[in-house]
Structures are given as structure tokens and as C-alpha cells.
Ligand binder design. Structure first.
Ligand code: HEM
Length: 421
């Protein structure tokens, strides 16, 4: 799989576009639209919100769909029982052919509707409660400390995305599930291939097949000898009594790994780059570490890495901002559009750790809202706090403009970030 690398533009967010946008009769614009600045949505989202908030687009698959860019509309759409997340629907707005074909085959519950969706979501919810996640803090801190120890001992320069961001997110998920942590790059490759818009259905199936092979062996082991981990819990509570089939369990574990890894990796890497770019923010966090939880939510809002993950189909005609999305049409809720809506967030491109009522939708909204959000917040807090404290001289190695971003993946992020200290 190839992934086009684009040199990154300056850290100053692009000015909102003021030019007129096409009216309803104009040909649909191409989607996705690339970001100019890694810390802000594409400037075109401002124009969409202002002039064409429910807009027709052409996807890389050549299908047409709608995108919704205003905060209120995004929340209304994602909580509307008349929208479906079923990837088998013909107009499901997948951003790559491989995604839809493989998704229809493996049926990850993120791409299903009730009652199926509810059943698998309920299996996972008890593991990700605030209380259970709070209890994971010491283990997460221990993993992060180990990773920093390793990085410091090996010495710079290193690729931060691989050596830190991916190492943290993958180790934590492996620890939670009870997967040996000896091959972190394997998980990165699985997510990279299955999340890429350029992957064919065969490539996605092959990558997921490798993951399911590994998980299948662990499930068999835990069946014989349960341990204190998520796989054992799901095997004992759901597989053994026959609530789920082996295929369904594999698919549920697979989507948990895929949904949790790449997003968190991207958030750790981009938040770090943002802090390196804006020393005043770094200084603020250093002088008052109690700001970290608010900072994490502000990074989630500003960076909105899962911008176009909520893909839906209108099961009936749906009216939003005076426009009708006809039944059976695909529709994408632009989370970055919503999170940068000035009607909801004052001066949305400003990174402000003192923002009150930061009700962002970086984790989505409605019935599919991220089940792992408490864990994600914990990982980000520990990863960023530990880095700031233990590697105070962290800096970019090489040219800032050469940092490569990832535009071809379901999650926005960095391809590589060379750093030293
Ligand atoms: C900063 C990191 C993360 C971000 C930005 C993020 C974002 C999202 C978003 C936007 C959705 C909703 C998708 C939709 O509406 O179609 C979602 C769903 C989901 N996320 Fe996360 N996520 C993150 C971390 C995690 C973690 C750590 C896990 C688990 C370990 C996880 C597991 C899931 C699962 C299983 C779903 C599907 C929920 C459902 O369909 O009911 N995510 N995530």
C-alpha cells in the first residue's frame, strides 16, 4: 500500500474562505478535502458552513453523497433514528472501495444498526466505564514510563510516531485485551492497510485475516485458561454461553483495536507537534499541569482527527438547514466542521485550555459515540504529561516543513515526525 506524503504547511491556520460557494445546482465538489494546516479543518469547511451547510459531494469511489458541516446539524443528524450506519446499504459513503466490501463481509459493529449494534456495544461498555478506566491509570503510566525509558536509552533522533505515539496507543490496547506486546508495528500495519482509502477489499481482508489469526489463537488459549483481560472476559461471558459466534467476537475485537489505535496515535503525535510549534502553550501546561484534562479536550476539538469517520445513510428523507437529504442517500457528519463552528465555539481556531462548555464532538455523537473515549482521554493525559516532564528538551529533528502528514487514511494524522532531545 502506498500512502502519499504531503509536506506540511505552516502551523498558522488558514484564513476562513470568503469566496462564494457553488449553489445547489452546481456540480458536487470532490471529497475528502485536504487540510492546509494540520491543526485546523480544510478552509473550505468555513465556506460550507456559511453557504452550503448540507452539500453534495463526489467521493473517491465516484459515488455521490452529502456532507454536513454545522455543529447543530451534525448533532441532529447523528442522533436521528432515521439514519443508518449499515455499511451494506448501496449508497453507504465509504471513502474507499475496499472499506465497503470488507466491511460488508466482516460487519464491524460500528457499521451496523440496532439491534445488532446495541448487542455488541453492550458487550464492551462495562470495560470502558469511567471507574474501570480510572483504575487503569497506574498500568497506563507504567507502560508509558517503560516506553520513555526505552526511547531515552536508545537515544535520538527517532520517529516519534512510531517510537512513542504508536507504542503508547498499541501497548495500552494490547494490555487491555491481553495481547502480547512484542510486535507493535504489526498492529500499525493492520490499521494502516484497513483504514487506507487506497486499499482494495483483498488487501483489507488479508490485513484483517492476519489480525483475526492472532486473536483466534488467543481466544482458544483463554477458553482453556482465562486470565484477567478483556479477551478472557468476552470469551467467558459471551462466547462460551453462545451469545456470540467466533466470527462476531473476532470482528468486535478487531474494530476495538482498529478504532482505538490509529485515532489515539494520531492525537498523541499531533498534540505534541502543536505543543512544539506553540511554546506558549507548552509553558502554560508546564507551569500548571492541572490544566492537562482541559488541554486534552481542547486538542481533541481543535485537531478533530476522526473528522469523516461517522458515515451514514438516510433511511428516510431528512431535512437539515432547510435542505432535504433524500432517503437512501449517503451522508457524512464532518466532526471537524462542527468542532470549528463559530456559532458554537468562540474563535474556534484558538487553542484555549480555559474554554468553558467545551462540548465538542471529536468522539462523535448519538448511539455510535466512541465507547473508548474515557480510555482515550486517559492515554492522552498520561502520554503528554509524561513526555513534557521527562523529555523537556524534545525538539523536531530536521526541517519543520518536511514533517509528512497522512491524508489518505480514515483518521487524519502524521506519517512520521523525526525528533530528538
Ligand atoms: C482520541 C482517540 C479517539 C477518537 C478521536 C475516537 C473517535 C471515535 C468516533 C468519532 C467514533 C464514532 C464513529 C461513528 O459515529 O460512526 C468512535 C467510535 C468508536 N470508538 Fe473511538 N475514538 C478514539 C479512541 C478510541 C479508543 C481508545 C477505543 C477503544 C479502545 C475506541 C473504540 C471505539 C469503538 C469500538 C467505536 C464504535 C462505537 C459504536 O459504533 O457504537 N476509540 N470513535
Amino acid at each position: 500500500m502506498t500512502s502519499p506524503e504531503t509536506p506540511m504547511a505552516s502551523s498558522t491556520p488558514t484564513e476562513p474562505a470568503t469566496d462564494a460557494v457553488p449553489n445547489f445546482a452546481a456540480p458536487p465538489r470532490d471529497f475528502p478535502i485536504q487540510r492546509g494546516c494540520p491543526f485546523a479543518p480544510p478552509a473550505e469547511y468555513d465556506a460550507l458552513r456559511n453557504h452550503d451547510p448540507v452539500a453534495r459531494v463526489t467521493l473517491p469511489t465516484k459515488k455521490e453523497a452529502w456532507v454536513v458541516a454545522r455543529y447543530d446539524d451534525v448533532r441532529e443528524l447523528l442522533s436521528d433514528p432515521r439514519v443508518s450506519a449499515d455499511i451494506r446499504r448501496p449508497n453507504f459513503p465509504a471513502l474507499g472501495e475496499g472499506e465497503q466490501e470488507a466491511g460488508a463481509r466482516f460487519r464491524p459493529f460500528i457499521r451496523t444498526d440496532a439491534p445488532e449494534h446495541t448487542k455488541y456495544r453492550r458487550m464492551l461498555l462495562p470495560v470502558f466505564t469511567v471507574r474501570r478506566v480510572r483504575a487503569m491509570r497506574p498500568a497506563v503510566q507504567a507502560r508509558v514510563d517503560e516506553i520513555v525509558d526505552g526511547m531515552l536509552a536508545a537515544g535520538g533522533p527517532v520517529d516519534f510516531v512510531s517510537a512513542y505515539a504508536n507504542a503508547v496507543s498499541t501497548s495500552v490496547i494490547c494490555e487491555l485485551l491481553g495481547i502480547p506486546r512484542d510486535n507493535l508495528e504489526f498492529f500499525r500495519d493492520v490499521t494502516r492497510i484497513s483504514g487506507s482509502r487506497h486499499s482494495t477489499a483483498e488487501q483489507v481482508a488479508e490485513a484483517l485475516g492476519g489480525l483475526f489469526g492472532l486473536l483466534g489463537e488467543l481466544i482458544a488459549e483463554r477458553r482453556e485458561e482465562p486470565r484477567d483481560d478483556l479477551i478472557s472476559q468476552l470469551v467467558t461471558d459471551h462466547l462460551v454461553p453462545g451469545n456470540v459466534t467466533m466470527e462476531q467476537l473476532l470482528s468486535t475485537l478487531g474494530i476495538t483495536i482498529n478504532a482505538g489505535r490509529e485515532t489515539t496515535t494520531s492525537m498523541i503525535a499531533l498534540s505534541t507537534l502543536l505543543l512544539l510549534d506553540k511554546p506558549e502553550l507548552l509553558a502554560e501546561l508546564r507551569s500548571d499541569p492541572s490544566l492537562m484534562p482541559a488541554a486534552v479536550d481542547e486538542f481533541l476539538r481543535v485537531l478533530s482527527v476522526a473528522d469523516s469517520i461517522p458515515l451514514r445513510v438516510a433511511a428516510e428523507d431528512i431535512e437539515l438547514s432547510g435542505r432535504t437529504i433524500p432517503a437512501d442517500d449517503g451522508v457524512i457528519a464532518l466532526l471537524a466542521g462542527a468542532n470549528h463552528d463559530p456559532e458554537q465555539f468562540d474563535d474556534p481556531q484558538r487553542v484555549d485550555f480555559h474554554r468553558t462548555d467545551n462540548h465538542h464532538v471529536a468522539f462523535g455523537y448519538g448511539v455510535h459515540q466512541c465507547v473508548g473515549q474515557h480510555l482515550a482521554r486517559l492515554e492522552l493525559e498520561v502520554a503528554l504529561e509524561t513526555l513534557i516532564r521527562r523529555v523537556p528538551t524534545l525538539r523536531i529533528e530536521g526541517e519543520r516543513d518536511e514533517v509528512a502528514v497522512k491524508h489518505d487514511s480514515a483518521t487524519f494524522g502524521l506519517e512520521e515526525l523525526m525528533v530528538t532531545w
